[in-house]
Design a protein around this ligand. Structure first.
Ligand code: 5RP
Length: 218
């Protein structure tokens, strides 16, 4: 089973702070995500800056698109340097279709279904049918703050998504000690934001994530 990728979520409010995080962490990372917070404050400027500084990294626009899929994929992927863009699970199927068609015009372009809040496996079947292959399984920051922990239900849903052919990334307040909960599942990427960015020693934290992945996925 392939070793999962390590993805940093930049939910910094300022681009300057975000770039300070990547200055420290980029060599440890496989994927750099302009998180929803950064996309809201700095938008395509953040994507262009990240692409200029990190030409070889996979860059994600986590904008959680709900409409205008084709146009936004053109702006994020075609014009601003992102490779992947997230579309929220609540979006109509047409939004997934138009976003994916646009993303596919670019060699490394792809669309990720962001599974956040309410979604069903019937919808997931429809996403697979139109060719969506990536999904992000997400425990929300607010749900986490309200005490929601990772449990058997999450693990079973993630395993089922992988069985359906999705490349599933996992996120939401992840800590190194959480990773072993997902062992046995071919996780595409573990996405960590605050745990990495706010660590006293971010490089040691990133290396700790990697070591744990090698331990359970080798
Ligand atoms: C919020 C997000 C975050 O980027 C993702 O959850 C990772 O951040 P953290 O590890 O800080 O929870 O998508 O909507």
């Amino acid at each position: 089973m392939a070793i999962p990728l390590l993805q940093l979520a930049l939910d910094n409010v300022s681009l300057e702070d975000a770039l300070e995080s990547t200055r420290i962490l980029a060599p440890e990372l496989d994927v750099i995500e302009a998180g929803t917070v950064l996309m809201t404050t700095a938008g395509t400027q953040a994507l262009r800056a990240l692409r200029a500084l990190y030409p070889d990294h996979i860059i994600v626009s986590d904008i959680k698109v709900a409409d205008a899929g084709g146009l936004l994929a053109k702006v994020m992927i075609g014009e601003s340097g992102a490779n992947w863009m997230t579309v929220i699970c609540a979006a109509p199927i047409a939004t997934f279709e138009t976003a994916l068609a646009e993303a596919r015009k670019h060699p490394k372009g792809d669309i990720q279904a962001e599974l956040f809040g309410n979604w069903t496996f019937e919808e997931a079947v429809e996403w697979r049918k139109i060719g969506i292959k990536q999904a992000i399984y997400h425990r929300g920051r607010d749900a986490q703050a309200a005490g929601q922990t990772w449990g058997d239900t999450d693990i079973k849903k993630i395993a089922k998504l992988a069985d359906m052919g999705f490349e599933v990334s996992v996120t939401g307040g992840l800590e190194i000690s959480d990773l072993k909960l997902f062992k046995g599942i071919p996780v595409k990427a573990f996405i960590a934001g605050r745990t990495l960015r706010d660590a006293p020693d971010p490089i040691a934290e990133a290396r700790g994530f990697k070591e744990e992945m090698h331990k359970w996925w080798s």
